[in-house]
Design a protein around this ligand. Structure first.
Ligand code: MN
Length: 502
């Protein structure tokens, strides 16, 4: 994956009224905050200090500079003092990078015994931040507001999380998705407006014939396949009937060949995500199962049955969570356990679940697929790690995109699943299965999703605001009745949204 170091700029607002001595102090204080955040906040990017801005021209200039700097993927603003917000209008109108308003104060505590008017005039964030807040609200700007002392670990985590979201947003702007074949025939929810997706999210979505991939498959050498098979032996428990000389060994080699070909295709084309479709496999003997799982584990987004929206989402979520605990996978609500005393959802797919979520060493197995009429494909079989998780989906509502998040508790399966030939996760849906599934269905959510054990809903909410698309959260507090109203109100809001923006 591309690990090039990106940056977020730290911009402090003020004005000339304070005089050079105070402004120098503001600059020094800002530089200290930047230095400390870089050292302690576990940021995924470099925070870059920028000299305090004091006039409309300086603000406009730095916003234009941020727009044109490819390494700058966002801005953090701070009002140490009072920065009259009419000065920010031109800059905010021009600014195209996502931004955060860090509402902090240099000193945490009031110096009770010493505080005088000079101190008060230097430490004005409490009201300076409100002036800045007004103009952002007045202009209907989507931005993140974080409040608290900059040295507090909760605040630092919020700053780091937001920076991770900007990494995802930046990935979104450069993301290319390769579709091998088209959508599964007659399926509605995997469809959508790819032109609008490029306008809103930045994604280039390109379709290829399966033959384009077959050309790459045919060029993979036996030596490359053998080397990759040896890697499989090292990292997975390979089933006996898949080992050299056994009945399914060749089926595994076929997937190794697909993996090498897919990776080469993706690298040469600069793609970050891809889709397959078991109905479009002309020229391939198997549905790419193991191969898709391995590419997901390497950081690529994936969507089955042509689902380019979830493929792109998954890639972005993988970029946001690089270096965090917990994996991300393509997922599908597959089969229910409807025991009223202990209900749950078995999540899985035909084959393609990412081993980044595996709780144990995956088993490499071959089984017939049951549908599609192709050769028995190799796949990795495992159960998901447990913990707080969420399903995320993106759907096309016709006049807008809607992103839906449902939080989950992934738990151990209630019993062994000895005959299940695919990877799986078992979870409790929030607020409960009936209301969570009803809310998801009222909202029009897909059967597919991008599943994460690494991220929280806040990342996705912020991402949706960066894209200016609808965000619907189904969580522990969700009431179906209230959610239905929210969906109706959102319909009206998205008719008016454009007319409210500055
Ligand atoms: Mn599916």
């Amino acid at each position: 994956m591309n690990t090039e170091k990106k940056s977020v700029w730290f911009i402090t607002g003020s004005q000339h009224l304070y005089g050079p001595k105070t402004l120098q102090q503001v600059d020094e204080d800002s530089a200290i905050i930047v230095k400390e955040l870089n050292a302690n906040a576990n940021l995924p990017i470099e925070l870059v200090f920028k000299p305090v801005v004091k006039s409309p021209d300086e603000i406009l200039d730095i916003c234009i500079e941020a727009n044109s700097d490819k390494n700058c993927i966002g801005i953090i603003t701070w009002m140490h003092t009072f920065s009259p917000a009419k000065m920010w209008i031109a800059g905010l109108k021009a600014l195209q990078k996502p931004y955060m308003h860090l509402h902090t104060q240099f000193n945490r505590d009031l110096p009770w015994a010493e505080i005088d008017m000079d101190y008060m005039n230097l430490h004005q964030s409490a009201h300076g931040g409100r002036e800045f807040g007004f103009i952002n609200a007045r202009m209907r700007k989507n931005r993140k507001v974080v409040v608290g002392h900059w040295n507090d670990i909760v605040v630092q985590k919020q700053v780091a999380d937001w920076c991770r979201t900007t990494v995802g947003w930046n990935e979104s702007q450069v993301l290319k998705v390769a579709r091998f074949g088209d959508n599964m025939r007659n399926v509605a929810v995997t469809e959508g407006d790819k032109v609008e997706a490029q306008i809103k999210f930045g994604w280039e979505i390109h379709a290829y014939g399966v033959g384009d991939l077959v050309n790459y498959v045919e060029k993979v050498t036996d030596a490359e396949v053998l080397a990759l098979y040896n890697e499989y032996e090292n990292v997975y428990d390979v089933a006996d009937n898949c080992k050299p000389g056994k009945e399914y060994h060749n089926n595994v080699l076929v997937q190794a060949r697909y993996e090498i070909a897919l990776k080469r295709f993706m690298e040469e084309g600069g793609f970050g995500a891809f889709t397959t479709n078991f109905e479009n496999l002309t020229g391939l003997a198997q549905l790419p199962g193991l191969a898709s799982q391995r590419l997901m584990a390497a950081g690529y987004g994936f969507g089955a049955e042509g689902d380019w929206k979830q493929a792109a989402l998954l890639r972005i979520m993988k970029k946001m969570s690089e270096g965090l605990e917990g994996g991300n996978s393509f997922m599908e609500d597959y089969t229910y356990h409807l025991d009223p005393a202990n209900e749950g959802v078995l999540g899985s797919h035909m084959l393609e679940i990412c081993p980044s979520i595996a709780a144990q060493k995956p088993r490499l197995e071959v089984h017939p697929l049951g549908i599609g009429g192709k050769e028995a494909p190799a796949r990795l079989v495992f159960e998901s790690a447990t913990g707080d998780a969420m399903n995320v989906t993106l759907i096309d509502m016709g006049n807008r995109f809607r992103i839906i998040v449902n939080t989950l508790d992934v738990i151990e399966p209630l019993a062994n699943l000895p005959k299940l030939p695919v990877a799986s996760a078992f979870w409790k849906t929030h607020p409960n299965l009936a209301d969570g599934a009803a809310a998801w269905i009222y909202a029009g959510g897909t059967h597919h999703s991008a599943f994460s054990l690494a991220l929280t809903p806040e990342y996705i909410e912020t991402f949706a605001e960066m894209a200016d698309v609808e965000f619907v959260l189904i969580g522990k507090e969700t009431s179906v009745s209230e959610l239905k109203k929210e969906l109706r109100w959102n319909d009206v809001y998205y008719l008016l949204n454009g007319s409210l923006k500055a």
